[in-house]
Design a protein around this ligand. Sequence first.
Ligand code: FES
Ligand code: FES
Length: 157
Amino acid sequence: MTKIPVHLDINGTHHQLELEPRVTLLDALRDRLGLTGTKKGCDHGQCGACTVHVDGERVLACLTLAAQAEGRTITTIEGLAREGELHPVQAAFLEQDAFQCGYCTPGQIMSAVACIREGHAGSDEEIREYMAGNLCRCGAYPHIVAAVRQAALEVAS
Ligand code: FES
Ligand code: FES
């Protein structure tokens, strides 16, 4: 199939790729750019493991074509830490033991960052509601909610 040039701005770095038009952002990140922190779970928009930010909003990379993300600002889990310091949400996940196998964790963290930024982390109920698109097969939900609550308080203070 014919390839098209796709320019992607990811975690502050510009990438120039030649991709088939049907390639998803998830496959471009993982298979072409080696950014494997973004996980492939269901590949059908149902688990949230592939959550990244595009222009600051969370999107499911498995349902987004790489070409659709051209010219927009993409942030993946690899781009959250700043100058060697974990993002407050990453630190809170560690402190609260909010993962077991860790497969869902990058997506959970990317969703949590957006959830807090959107102002949807005011209560455990609200956190559960706005994080509902991120599934955890290990059932770490109580710890995940605790981590998001802790990070939201830290970000607000
Ligand atoms: S891999 Fe994208 S939602 Fe499951
Ligand atoms: S920690 Fe294993 S799926 Fe969530």
